[in-house]
Design a protein around this ligand. Structure first.
Ligand SMILES: O=P(O)(O)OC[C@H]1O[C@H](OP(=O)(O)OP(=O)(O)O)[C@H](O)[C@@H]1O
Ligand SMILES: Nc1nc2[nH]cnc2c(=O)[nH]1
Length: 184
């Protein structure tokens, strides 16, 4: 593990997915998209901040022409449970009409975030919409979302590879479970 993250790693109860496991799965996801979206110009809508590393890694493996739009979508406010209110900075100039849209996010949990964004995208009548997440939690959704997932995980709060707890741990190269008491 790089020396700059050893202190942060000590805050983990356990590592769920290593950098190597993540990289291998992201490569598989990109390979599939390269086949299924071959010949199209793809408009990526990438949700920040959590999606930062997944999007950066996946996009560099896509071979078709890509346009990138990043949106900030937040509802956890650094905590371990959704506030239920998804705040989105949808740019006034963003128009997805007639485009082949690829919506990307780090994690599908309650479904509230991707549900809200999907609704906004579909209002603009894209030619197609496909959604990919790195992680999908096995749990009942508050909103149903159709998405391809890199990994199905148990219903535990995870950090790393873009995902935070109180603004920290996004820079972990792995994905893990915290040993901090979330109530502390
Ligand atoms: O399916 P849901 O229950 O809606 O959870 C998923 C969302 O939660 C996280 O965002 P968060 O609100 O933490 O903002 P962030 O991406 O800026 O960290 C994550 O990045 C997803 O966008
Ligand atoms: N950091 C983090 N953000 C989330 N947003 C929804 N679920 C999670 C999670 O398990 N961890």
């Amino acid at each position: 593990m790089p020396s700059n993250v050893t202190g942060v790693i000590q805050d983990l109860e356990r590592v769920l997915l290593s950098p190597e496991q993540i990289a291998a799965r992201v490569a598989e996801m990109a390979a599939r998209l390269n086949v299924e979206l071959a010949g199209r110009v793809v408009t990526v809508v990438a949700l920040m901040d959590g999606g930062l590393f997944f999007v950066a890694d996946l996009l560099r493996k896509l071979e078709m022409p890509v346009r990138l739009h990043t949106l900030s979508a937040s509802s956890y406010q650094g905590g371990t449970a959704t506030t239920g209110e998804v705040k989105v900075n949808w740019p006034a100039t963003l128009n997805l009409h007639g485009q082949d849209v690829l919506l990307l996010d780090d994690i599908l949990d309650t479904g509230l975030t991707l549900g809200a964004i999907t609704e906004r995208i579909l209002e603009q009548e894209p030619a197609s919409l496909r959604t990919c997440v790195l992680l999908s939690k096995r749990r009942p959704r508050l909103r149903e979302v159709v998405a391809d997932a890199g990994f199905e995980i148990d219903d535990e709060f995870v950090v790393g590879y873009g995902m935070d707890f109180r603004g920290r741990f996004r820079n972990l190269p792995c994905i893990g479970i915290l040993n901090l008491d979330p109530a502390s």
